[in-house]
Design a protein. Structure first.
Length: 226
């Protein structure tokens, strides 16, 4: 049974999520503070964490960093902080997704299912990925269309594409992509990403103006949607 640790200082949210998650077959632990969350995660390691950022003792971002010091467990932030800077900071610290309060339970459950699937299959992931009509071989660094034509990518285009495809469905912040592809010191050069994502969409998306696979999350980053 999947164990979920829910961390929030609002008793009504803890109660509602515990009831809803248990009704759907999840094992649920709860914590109302960051300190209690870190202790609970160490004592009974969860399979997934749902975490509020506004905790009374620790900032939720510090809790994310504390967890990331020893575990890769998926973390979904559930927060009333709607600013893009807060979202990017949480994602850069290691969160896997971000849901803004007020939220719908159905949306949260869908996010839980998605990150659980990604985490469960990550180690067994195929070295190939499908992007519409194109098959991307991550090991051979090739992109082949379904008619056999090979699509040529520049090294930088490939770097951006590979960073997204190795994290299917996961929201990757702009800063993380810039750091991973261009290196430290380029975290603010968001124009680079817009330029290279536009190039990749022209080469790989059926309709570059309405992308289905290389998705922009405004103010936050990008996501590869299989």
């Amino acid at each position: 049974m999947t164990r979920i640790l829910v961390v929030d200082d609002e008793p009504q949210i803890l109660r509602a999520l515990r009831i809803n998650l248990r009704a759907r077959g999840y094992d649920v632990d709860i914590a109302a503070t960051g300190t209690a969350a870190l202790k609970a995660a160490g004592s009974h390691p969860p399979d997934l964490v749902v975490l509020d950022l506004g905790l009374p003792d620790l900032d939720g971002v510090d809790v994310i960093r504390g967890l990331r010091g020893w575990t890769t467990v998926p973390i979904i932030v559930l927060s009333g902080r709607a600013g893009s800077n807060d979202k990017v900071t949480a994602l850069d610290a290691g969160a896997d997704d971000y849901v803004t309060k007020p939220f719908g339970v159905d949306e949260l459950l869908a996010r839980i299912r998605a990150v659980t699937r990604r985490h469960t299959t990550a180690d067994a992931a195929s070295p190939t990925a499908q992007l519409g009509r194109h098959t991307v071989d991550l090991a051979a660094h090739t992109v082949t269309r379904d008619d056999g034509a090979e699509i040529k990518l520049t090294p930088t285009q490939w770097g951006v594409l590979e960073a997204l495809l190795r994290n299917p469905g996961k929201l990757i912040s702009q800063r993380q992509l810039l750091r991973d592809v261009w290196g430290p010191g380029y975290e603010t050069e968001t124009g680079y990403l817009r330029q290279y994502l536009a190039q990749l969409r022209r080469k790989l998306e059926p309709d570059p103006t309405r992308p289905r696979h290389l998705i922009t999350e405004p103010g936050m980053g990008y996501r590869y949607q299989p």
